[in-house]
Design a protein around this ligand. Structure first.
Ligand SMILES: [Zn+2]
Ligand SMILES: [Zn+2]
Ligand SMILES: [Zn+2]
Length: 540
């Protein structure tokens, strides 16, 4: 696909070039710019896995998981009618593998999300039997039946649906009953062999586990086979540390949780060669570049934009291993993330320390103000902090990037697009120096920045960013992903507007004004303050 120079649509929109196209798409997309930034990371994020040789730290109980099942090599991907491409790959179609497995909708959204494809929709059809399951249409309902059959009668009997962990555990066990012995086709590892990390649980987690097991028994009750308490606990432990958070079609919201055993073989690397994305009800493992036959496949479980020490701590806390990847060993990006302003003389160490501390303190205040919805306060804090940072910290400094990110998102929400765009531009310039060029978080950030510029009427930069984001997301998400499709539509729209702008600036601004006054920009989703740990099913 040639995204760089698409063709001008044969016929421009009749009354206004900004009519449908701009406003509808922009409004949809701006939802993405929620400062919670869970969105893409939801899909990007991954599970805990068996700590590998490269990630060090092997607990004694891991002995049962011997190589090669402890890591996923390209050559180990099973051939499957859907995909199963096992040769060296690079290019636009980089889906290495696609799975569906045991997956359930989140408890708060069971009426808003299709239980098969996980699309969020206004109108869904309800299962006539249990009145609990919801589907887009007959096709989704039919596809669900094998997995829903037992669930349907269990929900009916209990009179209500239990929480998602319990529903997921039950689905796993019904599958075990169905498939009884050995590994099912295409499955590289059994759920029995996945780690549960129960020994590492804190008291609170242990209590939660016990509650779930108790409620599970009420739900499972008279259904078929009986499993021992240890085994049931194992399943819940596995869900707790291997559960993959499923996001809706636009990556805006976590809508469910699933277990994909094959994916649990993919180890973490802070600079991975693959990424994982949830697309149309299926998990896709996509390659980010050239992978050679025999290479180990890796994904990143966390956002890369952190100091090595912080990344390692997060991995240890959430996934119980010490990361010893190349990035962590060499601390490759720490210098950039801590960089101070070039100049003569360089800012003194004491000044750098003071501004850094000030930035961290401001961050706390911002978090508090944001959680209380005091967005104008947030803007004030950001402006003050950026002013202090400007002469001291470099543009790639993590403390500066954090403030830029929050301020651009909150300013967008407040519809102060010009200032938002200015900050978004600085942020993106910094990100481009730090992230892997094919990183989903980077792609999403560039997209948000592009939309902000578009809103601010800075069409040239906006269009450039949208093209850039589209190029990244074609790799990380693939052309069939709804976000990539949105971007494609925006790319076409902004390109058309850009031509108009180049032909006659005055007319461009006139039409823009008219379009905006005809139909005010929809109120955007409120910026939310979401904890990093929310990316994963596993709480941090
Ligand atoms: Zn559906
Ligand atoms: Zn049902
Ligand atoms: Zn690492």
């Amino acid at each position: 696909m040639c995204w760089a120079r698409g063709n001008l649509p044969a016929r421009a929109h009749s009354n206004s070039p900004f009519g449908q196209g701009m406003l509808v798409v922009v409004c949809a997309l701006l939802l993405v710019s929620s400062p919670a930034m869970g969105s893409l990371q939801l899909a990007e994020g991954l599970l805990c896995v068996t700590p590998s040789t490269s990630c060090g730290m092997m607990a004694p109980s891991d002995a049962m998981l011997q190589w090669p099942t402890r890591r996923l090599l390209l050559t180990l991907l099973p051939s499957h009618p859907l995909h199963g491409l096992t040769k060296t790959r690079f290019g636009a179609d980089v889906t290495l593998y696609r799975w569906t497995r045991d997956q359930v909708t989140g408890s708060s959204l069971t009426h808003n999300v299709c239980h098969t494809c996980f699309k969020r929709q206004e109108k869904l059809h309800r299962c006539g039997q249990c009145k609990f399951a919801h589907y887009c249409d007959r096709t989704c309902q039919k596809d669900a039946w094998l997995n829903h059959k037992n669930e349907c009668s269990a929900v009916k009997k209990l009179g209500k649906a239990p929480n998602e962990n319990i529903r997921l555990a039950a689905r796993i066990m019904w599958r075990i009953e169905r498939e009884s012995s050995g590994l099912a086709e295409g499955c590289l590892v059994s759920i029995d062999d996945l780690q549960n990390h129960i020994d590492n649980f804190q008291d609170e987690e242990k209590n939660g586990l016990m509650d779930d097991v108790q409620n599970f028994l009420d739900y499972w009750l008279s259904q078929g086979q009986q499993f021992g308490m240890n085994y049931i606990s194992h399943i819940f432990g596995v869900i707790s540390c291997n559960g993959f958070t499923l996001s809706d079609q636009r990556g805006l919201q976590a809508v469910g949780v699933g277990i994909f055993p094959n994916l649990c073989l993919v180890n973490h690397d802070c600079w991975p060669n693959c990424t994982v994305i949830f697309n149309n009800g299926k998990i896709e493992l996509r390659s980010l570049g050239k992978i050679n036959k025999g290479d180990e496949l890796s994904v990143s479980y966390i956002d890369f934009l952190n100091l090595t020490e912080d990344r390692q701590q997060q991995l240890k806390r959430q996934y119980y291993f010490d990361c010893t990847c190349e990035q962590c060993t060499k601390k490759t990006t720490d210098a950039l993330l801590l960089a101070v302003k070039e100049g003569d003389p360089k800012p003194a160490d004491s000044v750098v320390k003071e501004v850094t501390q000030f930035s961290m303190d401001t961050m706390e205040k911002i978090d508090k103000a944001r959680s209380e919805g005091l967005y104008h306060e947030v803007v004030k804090y950001c402006r003050d902090c950026l002013k202090r940072q400007e002469p001291v910290l470099a543009d790639t400094n993590i403390h500066k990037l954090r403030i830029l990110s929050i301020s651009s998102e909150v300013l967008s929400y407040l519809q102060m697009f010009e200032e938002a765009a200015e900050n978004a531009k600085k942020m993106v310039d910094g990100y481009l120096k730090i992230y892997h060029p094919h990183n989903a978080q980077l792609g999403m950030a560039v997209m948000r920045a592009g939309v902000t510029h578009w809103h601010a009427g800075i069409i040239e930069v906006g269009h450039g960013m949208i093209c850039k984001a589209f190029a990244i997301l074609l790799i990380t998400h693939g052309p069939s992903h709804p976000i990539a499709k949105d971007l494609e539509a925006m790319r076409a729209q902004t390109e058309m507007e850009l031509r108009m702008f180049q032909q006659n600036e005055f007319v461009y601004y006139k039409m823009r004004e008219a379009a905006l006054s005809n139909r005010p920009i929809q109120v955007m989703q409120e910026p939310k303050n979401e904890a990093q740990g929310m990316i994963f099913h596993k709480k941090s």
